[in-house]
Design a protein around this ligand. Sequence first.
Ligand SMILES: C[S@@+](CC[C@H](N)C(=O)[O-])C[C@H]1O[C@@H](n2cnc3c(N)ncnc32)[C@H](O)[C@@H]1O
Length: 280
Amino acid sequence: MKINIIPEKGVLDIFFQMVKGNIGLVLDESKLYLLEARLNPLAKKNGFNGYAELISNLIIRPLGELHWDAFEALLTNETMFFRDEYFFKGLTHFLLPELIKKNRLSKELNIWCTSVSTGQEVYSLAMILQDHFPELSNWNLQLKATDVCKTVLKKAEEGIFSESEIKRGLTPLQIHKHFTMVDGKAVEYKINDNLKQLIQFDQVNLIKDLPISMKYDLILMRNVLIYFSAETKIQVLSKISSNLKDSDSCLSLGASESLLYETCFDRFSVDRLTFYKKKQ
Ligand SMILES: C[S@@+](CC[C@H](N)C(=O)[O-])C[C@H]1O[C@@H](n2cnc3c(N)ncnc32)[C@H](O)[C@@H]1O
């Protein structure tokens, strides 16, 4: 018979604070199933008798690699190519044409995907730029892709996707044009170098001081704020606003995310596309 040992409430509270303070993720006792599913494999790998023992140990030792392994295990990295059809259509037919028109003299376009997970989001964006805007070929184009999680970033940077990943969101034509099949045990597809070369990958934790001083025309912060507390969201939004280049630069959030609280952003809608600009 399998007996699950549940961590004591006091221990859990300290661990939850630790997680929130380091990656922003808000947890409570209703998420015990998640702790068990995500942390038991890590506990076993490190010689602990289950996730409860691992957590009890983490709260008394100085912050180190094992903590970060645990934090990474708790992150949700769900993503897919062209996630949210309306966003990518709006990006192609409204937002990017507007930004390109505005920057036609400087011939410079800077875009930052702040929580890129395994890369599908930024590669979708790169495909749009190449397929729909050939005039950008002689522009200075900067695509920055960041995430707090080193494991997903490594995969994003490799740009190799399984057959099931590639089939989520891409048409056969897009696969044919932008990927090369990789020989190996399983069928895998590698993003072509001409797209990969456009992107710079980096580890950035949105809830810490941002190491990025660069200003962007467009910032994608999609499907990450949902994991933060209202207070953390406001802090992150306030910091990120200083990375927008000017009053025409845009911030995009996930389809289910909205700014219902007071922030430094105004909301705009064009058809079914929603985006935000810094309040004037
Ligand atoms: C659900 S995925 C969304 C991926 C992609 N943006 C999309 O919409 O498909 C959330 C991503 O946010 C990242 N994340 C969570 N907390 C973060 C933080 N504090 N700083 C940066 N990235 C974070 C996770 O590692 C994960 O890859």
